[in-house]
Design a protein around this ligand. Structure first.
Ligand code: ACO
Length: 434
């Protein structure tokens, strides 16, 4: 059977070439342009990767038009309903859901890697108390590379899995401690009798002076949020991880690059930006409509944070799930703080107005996952600057799974994009001296 292909004719020379079409399991056919430069001497230009597949992947599938998100073929709705974050981690990392023995072993392994090397504690004191916890995350995760360097052979599958386990297990400890440090509170060590999300809340909020019991509803809500953030195919931070990892760099340093990329307000920093925006609206005393007008005004840099998505152009399936959690938590009285209630009221009003506005409708701008996650985190008592840190905790498994997949691919090459050079043509050096 002939291969599917596309024919490309160069109008300048009349030369015609055939390019293979690659078939994905789901999603659009993809033109294989690897031979384009060799055959025609041309590069392709696609800033922001609007129509370029940067790699193949078996991990996550999403369809932005239909609002579909699947991990290893399993719909996000089913995983959020029935799975746990740790089981989802196993699925993403290994490709299949675990049986009971595999799950028990995985849980045991993760629990027994949650501690940090005591020497790592000293890194925290090098930071200012008012450092953004994402800055601490970037620094401390990168510093792990100094602790696990010699036994990290990126070409050895078992070493890669060991690195993945360490990262999944240690990230909540590093994250909780970045908060504890900023507050001047003592570091709380992990408790192996607790589940993954319970343990994180324990390390965040317990003190040596008082007994702290984790609210099971909050732990469950956090677990679901972590599942929703676990992977999202080739987004900015994951692509950063793949590009950094493609040079065969140390995985902990590679993960730190993903955290840095996630921090930006156009990506994982949006959940923090949403709350800042809602607070600004409430404190301004101005009508909501004036902010909607500003978001539409191209001469104003203001955008509605938590609205829009590069890929989801109908609705974000994660936003649908998280919206329900948000309302459940409110109904259960977990967000009784008046300030939070006011922010939530503004958020709901903003959602209503924007969804009826022609500007947002015509551009398919819907609330994304970050629009609601910030409100839930506030209700949990998690400080504003920790929101993106929580995103990083959840996304760690996605980053390491994508990195592991790439490193296991024998054909994987160092990532090296081309460019369309628009600078000066060649010219001679002129000496500054007369
Ligand atoms: N508010 C107002 N207008 C918007 C918004 C917004 N939040 N988002 C997009 N638009 C407009 C753009 O101005 C553009 O209008 P135009 O066609 O008249 O020029 C149109 O919608 C298309 O937007 P683009 O910027 O081209 O879309 P892109 O895919 O590049 O950007 C992004 C997607 C970065 C998410 C953008 O929608 C945005 O900045 N949103 C706010 C930040 C945010 O919530 N980020 C979280 C992303 S989800 C995540 O990381 C989990």
């Amino acid at each position: 059977m002939p291969k599917d292909s596309v024919t490309l004719t160069d109008n300048r020379t009349g030369k015609t070439i055939e390019l293979d079409l690659l078939s994905p399991t789901c999603g659009p056919m993809t033109i294989d342009i690897r031979s384009l430069y060799k055959q025609l001497g041309y590069f392709t230009y696609d800033p922001g990767f609007m129509a370029t597949a940067s790699c193949w992947s078996n991990i996550t599938y999403l369809d932005g038009e239909k609002g579909i998100l699947e991990y290893r073929g399993y719909p996000i709705e089913q995983l959020a309903e029935s799975s746990t974050y740790l089981e989802t981690c196993y699925l993403l990392l290994h490709g299949e859901l675990p049986d009971q023995t595999q799950m028990d072993e995985f849980e045991y392994t993760i629990k027994h890697h949650t501690m940090l090397h005591e020497q790592l504690l000293r890194f925290y004191s090098g930071f200012r108390r008012d450092s953004h916890p994402m800055a601490i995350m970037v620094g401390v995760v990168a510093a792990l590379s100094a602790f696990y360097h010699d036994d990290e052979d990126v070409h050895n599958p078992q070493d890669r899995i060991n690195a993945a386990h360490r990262l999944i297990a240690k990230m909540p400890t590093i994250a909780a401690w970045s908060y504890r440090y900023a507050q001047g509170l003592p570091f709380v060590y992990p408790d192996n009798s607790l589940g993954f999300s319970e343990n994180f809340l324990h390390m965040m909020f317990s003190t040596p002076a008082e007994k702290y019991s984790v609210d099971p509803l909050l732990a469950k809500a956090l677990d679901v949020i972590l599942i929703l953030h676990a992977d999202h195919e080739q987004n900015a931070s994951t692509s950063t991880v793949r590009l950094a990892g493609s040079s065969q760099a140390n995985p902990f340093a590679v993960l730190a690059s993903g955290i840095a990329s996630l921090w930006g307000p156009a990506h994982g920093g949006a959940n923090e930006a949403v709350i800042k925006m809602l607070t600004e609206i409430n404190e301004s005393g101005k009508p909501l409509a004036s902010f909607i007008d500003r978001a539409k005004d191209k001469s104003d840099r203001f955008r509605l944070m938590g609205f829009g998505h590069r890929v989801y152009k109908n609705f974000d399936p994660r936003a649908k799930i998280i919206r329900e959690i948000c309302h459940e938590m409110l109904a259960n009285g977990q967000c009784q703080n008046l300030e939070h209630q006011k922010l939530l009221d503004t958020a709901m009003e903003l959602e209503r107005v924007a969804l009826e506005d022609e500007y947002f409708i015509s551009r398919n701008l819907y609330p994304n996952v970050d629009f609601y996650s910030g409100i839930i985190f506030l209700g949990m008592g998690i400080p504003l600057n920790m929101f993106t840190v929580l995103f990083a905790v959840g996304r760690t498994v996605g980053w390491v799974s994508q990195w592991n997949e790439m490193m296991g691919d024998k054909e994987s090459k160092i990532g090296r994009p081309r460019q369309l050079y628009t600078g000066s043509a060649s010219r001679d050096y002129e000496d500054i001296k007369p």
